[in-house]
Ligand binder design. Sequence first.
Ligand SMILES: CC(C)(COP(=O)(O)OP(=O)(O)OC[C@H]1O[C@@H](n2cnc3c(N)ncnc32)[C@H](O)[C@@H]1OP(=O)(O)O)[C@@H](O)C(=O)NCCC(=O)NCCS
Length: 372
Amino acid sequence: MTMTAKGLAGVIVGETAISTVGKAGAGLTYRGYSIEDLARHATFEEVAYLLIYGKLPNASELNAYNERLAKLRVLPAPLCEMLEALPMSTHPMDVLRTGASMIGSLEPEGEGGRGAAYVADRLIASMTSMLGYWHRFAHRKQRVDTQSDEVGLAGHFLRLITDANPREYARKTLDTILVLYAEHEFNASTFTGRVVTSTLADTYSAVVAAIGALRGPLHGGANEAAMELIASFETPPEAEKSIKSMLDARRLIMGFGHRVYKSGDPRSDIVKELARGLAQESGNSTYFDISERIEQVMMREKGLHPNLDFYSATAYHLCGVPTVMFTPIFAVSRTSGWVAHVIEQRDGNRLIRPNADYTGPPAREFVKLHDR
Ligand SMILES: CC(C)(COP(=O)(O)OP(=O)(O)OC[C@H]1O[C@@H](n2cnc3c(N)ncnc32)[C@H](O)[C@@H]1OP(=O)(O)O)[C@@H](O)C(=O)NCCC(=O)NCCS
């Protein structure tokens, strides 16, 4: 069978029981639960447990899971030494890619009873610490304690990055953003992780490859580009004028459009309200107002809706998170989804190896080096 859908758009490449992305009117669900319910009622830790272990935890399971993740936040000494050796100019996505790879060699999967679920928990918990440790060392030469009394990873991350007691609304916002980013079916990074897993490689390798796929601006990197765009304007009218000229020049506006959601990303409405609340709380709504104006222009001129990356940029900013940390937070959260897919791929695995339509020259005579 010949198949040439560019970018595999619309092509079904496998089955999953983990999430629905706008299918059959179901909207976005994780293991059957709607994203709206999860965002409203569950913490990120409950969602990570749901994705990795297949069911929502009860109260005692959640307590035990929170305690387990809290212990797993602590970084091994050789990893701290490696983080200190990374240049200050390193992008934190490279910090994560390198750190996840190193922890994979310090604590290999398959040794000491470590399976994919251990790797998931270890990575989710320690990645926030890697980011915080590296950030504080690179920028302030401080060696921070990667243990904290924070119950959840959102608070732990904010405390490490901002070196302050997080505001409750910021903690809650970041926790909800982690819920929203946790899983999204066969997106580019998850598919990458499944391809790696299909070769029978280890979970760390799948996650490291997925981090690489997430880094690009057409995938996870879009929220950083969206922030740079929003921050480049001082007023909504200025934003409107510039966005129109960018569209005339056929430039992409980061944080808009989606391969699957053509009539709106359900996560965007949720994060937009969080961003609005943060703007009200801070008493400074400039970025939120600029964002809303860009949204209006994009709808009027192109009929395009914002995706999750657009308003999450403003929300992160108002929580005090530096722009370079936006995609890394996405990676921390999505690790729960990636590993759920690793586990699913292993169950009934077959090597993922598609074919291509050949468009090169026809068969020809080889010319020896001295005759060329
Ligand atoms: C996400 C994305 C890659 C989806 O791409 P896709 O499904 O291949 O959609 P297409 O590129 O075919 O887009 C269809 C049309 O809308 C335009 N378009 C799509 N997203 C656009 C955007 N963000 N800004 C301006 N125009 C956009 C395309 O240029 C194309 O126009 P054309 O038909 O005149 O050529 C694309 O919308 C995009 O690049 N968005 C910006 C990056 C982003 O926010 N990524 C995060 C995704 S969650």
